[in-house]
Write a protein that binds this ligand. Structure first.
Ligand SMILES: [Zn+2]
Ligand SMILES: [Zn+2]
Length: 235
């Protein structure tokens, strides 16, 4: 029973008293996404154009494109350290890493200006075929923790993945956009106006944008995206 053993940092394995499952030193080694676009959370160093529009700082992509989601919250950059933690969760089925990542997210998310709680939590769905391969959906594991923390309903049956899509690693932005077209379906009505869609990592945002489009078409007014770590295409 792991809770009877002394606690060890998930990253460096040193003993720790921290409530975060990571020692203070390793928490400090994670790169915060403090300077980011206030719509898509893209780290602004990576953006060519920055503009302030109605007091919001936007990246070049958000100035020139319309995205279906309202706001992406992603407190961390997908740095080498974050990649290690997320890959342990996804590919080595270390499900307790989901709780550690969710705790880190929750500690930082309230630092964001005008953060508003949604009315329900929806995990990014996984196609049944991929779910069989992986054995669990990491977005659902994160969502369980968020829903219980905020005492919000967790809805993992309404938004489904209706089409199997190829893994997107190695694809460019346009290929990713094509890959996820019509990949989602709202199977059962979601009786809320403001939802948060949960995922672990966001790269170009084509997947969350396609899901947000379907959610908006089903009548939802506000779709926030909660992501642990924001990556660029080079990741
Ligand atoms: Zn450590
Ligand atoms: Zn942006």
């Amino acid at each position: 029973m792991s809770h009877l053993l002394p606690k060890h940092c998930l990253f460096c394995l040193e003993k720790t008293q921290s409530h975060f499952d990571l020692c203070d030193h390793c928490i400090k080694s994670l790169t915060l996404n403090n300077h980011c676009c206030q719509r898509c959370a893209s780290p602004l160093e990576a953006s060519l154009f920055i503009a302030r529009e109605r007091n919001i700082t936007l990246c070049g992509n958000c100035l020139s494109h319309h995205y279906h989601y309202d706001r992406v919250y992603s407190p961390f950059v997908y740095s080498e350290e974050m990649r290690y933690l997320i890959k342990k969760l996804k590919y080595q089925k270390k499900i307790h890493f989901a709780q550690a990542l969710a705790k880190l997210f929750l500690q930082k998310i309230h630092d964001t200006n005008d953060f508003q709680l949604p009315q329900t939590i929806i995990p990014m769905p996984m196609h049944p075929k991929r779910l069989r391969q992986r054995g669990f959906n990491q977005a659902l594991e994160l969502s369980r923790f968020f829903a219980s923390h905020y005492k919000l309903p967790l809805n993992y049956t309404s938004l489904i993945r209706s089409r199997y899509t190829d893994l997107q690693a190695g694809m460019n932005a346009i290929e990713r956009q094509k890959n996820v077209q019509k990949a989602f379906l709202v199977k059962k009505p979601i009786n809320y106006e403001h939802i948060a869609l949960i995922d672990d990592v966001m790269t170009t945002g084509s997947t969350v944008n396609e899901a947000a489009k379907i959610l908006k078409q089903s009548g939802i007014k506000k779709v926030d995206i909660w992501i642990i770590a924001r990556a660029g295409l080079e990741n």
